[in-house]
Design a protein around this ligand. Structure first.
Ligand SMILES: Nc1ncnc2c1ncn2[C@@H]1O[C@H](COP(=O)(O)O)[C@@H](OP(=O)(O)O)[C@H]1O
Ligand SMILES: [Mg+2]
Length: 403
């Protein structure tokens, strides 16, 4: 694991352990003094985190520490941004909704993010270089088991029904603007459920797909959002500024106050579906058969295309309307702007799935053969098509034979 990421994870867990020692002692009210449980938890957590992060020789912006003048910090290409205890109101209310937040910023963008929820020992982290985010529920506040990411812990967001959205907002800092946004979404005919949570846990719930949109039309500081923002970006979610100027939140600004923002705004902009008189059911009746997608996956040289070709011939002989989507052929036209980078390969598959969906709607049995090794991508394809119309076939030819 990246040494910067593992350092941030260790720091967050150790800080969380310290916070819980104080949280678990009896206290009723916040005493606004340097010795209140909140202040002590906050300061101790900050010291622990700073001691870890100092080893990286990168500068730190932390809510708790004295801020370095902008004239100096604007020259920092890379820095840490830390909120040692986010959700202070929730800590006082004793509802467990508080977090430790550590983010690594490069050129004003968050590239790594770690959020630890010490009350339920849940760790979230994301890395935009690998485009992966993980959620791990620990048994103890102990980081020694987390050195190698386990694919079972990778966050694969639950998919969203665009007409039924869960909007998540602050438990404590509500705003009229957020209420207006919810009213407008309801006017668009969407079913909206409103969920409240304290702290950066809101980002985590959106990343998991347990909430869908997080509109923040109330003040926050850079340390409240940087780690959550990185984890969102790692799963492809954007944290857009409002008013929307097409840009995401930026970090290490002169003023560390964030503008308002929305996580996952694209869901709000989704167009309503236009209905036509002739639909899939009519086509199914006329064709006398169902339509669906058969997706062959397997290694290069495993025989996917050969089997797909034979299958199509057989179906065609039985007067079934078929079409084979071929990666090379699509790259000659629709996908000719795409290269073979990881992003473009995913985009290639996404577009293929969208085209397949149109063909399925047109009443055709679609056959596709793509290597598609990542379960995450195949889940995406299944989601686009709809699980009831998706048949996955793994051509399990051993590597030696493929070669
Ligand atoms: N008036 C204000 N100005 C700047 N930030 C504010 C603010 N009111 C609340 N916040 C930020 O909102 C955070 C709480 O978010 P939420 O309401 O989503 O739980 C606070 O974090 P702390 O709890 O760490 O102070 C604080 O930084
Ligand atoms: Mg905070």
């Amino acid at each position: 694991m990246d040494i910067l990421l593992s350092t941030a994870i260790k720091a967050a867990i150790e800080a969380g352990a310290e916070i819980m020692k104080i949280y678990n002692k009896n206290f009723d009210v916040e005493l606004k003094s340097d010795f209140s449980p909140l202040t002590v938890a906050y300061k101790n957590a900050n010291t622990i985190i700073e001691n870890f992060l100092k080893k990286t020789n990168l500068p730190i912006i932390s809510e708790e520490s004295k801020q370095v003048e902008y004239a100096e910090r604007k020259n920092w290409e890379t820095c840490w941004i830390v909120d040692p205890l986010d959700g202070t109101k929730e800590f006082i209310k004793r509802n467990g909704e508080f977090t430790v937040n550590i983010a690594l910023i490069k050129k004003n963008k968050p590239i790594l993010g770690v959020i630890y929820v010490p009350d339920n020992k849940t760790l979230y982290y994301g890395n935009i270089t690998t485009n992966k985010a993980y959620k791990i529920v620990l048994k103890e506040h102990n980081s020694s088991d987390i050195i190698i990411p386990n694919s079972n812990d990778e966050i694969i967001p639950i998919k969203t029904m665009i007409d039924h959205l869960k909007v998540i907002g602050s438990r404590t800092h509500k705003s009229v603007e957020t209420d207006e946004l919810i009213t407008n979404l309801r006017k668009k005919g969407k079913k909206i459920e409103v969920v409240s949570k304290g702290s950066s846990m809101k980002f985590c719930l959106v990343v998991e797909g347990k909430a869908n949109i997080y509109p923040r039309f109330a003040p926050t500081m850079e340390w409240d959002t940087a780690a959550g923002h990185a984890i969102c970006n790692a799963v492809g979610l954007k944290v857009m500024q409002v008013p929307n100027n097409g840009e995401e939140l930026k970090y290490n600004k002169e003023n560390l106050l964030n503008p308002y923002f929305i996580v996952n705004q694209k869901l709000m902009d989704h167009n309503n579906k236009q209905e036509y008189s002739i639909n899939r059911q009519n086509r199914k009746k006329a064709n006398k058969h169902h339509s669906f997608l058969i997706w062959f996956t397997g290694l290069s040289g495993s025989g996917k295309s050969t089997i797909a070709n034979l299958l199509e011939k057989r179906l065609f002989e039985q007067q079934i309307n078929t079409y084979t989507l071929d990666g090379d052929n699509l790259r000659r036209g629709l996908n000719k702007d795409l290269i073979f980078s990881k992003e473009d390969r995913n985009e290639n598959l996404r577009r293929t799935a969208e085209v397949a969906k149109l063909f399925v709607d047109a009443g055709i049995v679609v056959i596709a053969a793509f290597i598609s090794p990542y379960i995450k991508t195949r889940e995406e394809i299944k989601y686009i098509i709809g699980s009831e119309d998706y048949i996955e076939v793994f051509v399990n030819t051993p590597l030696e034979i493929c070669e």
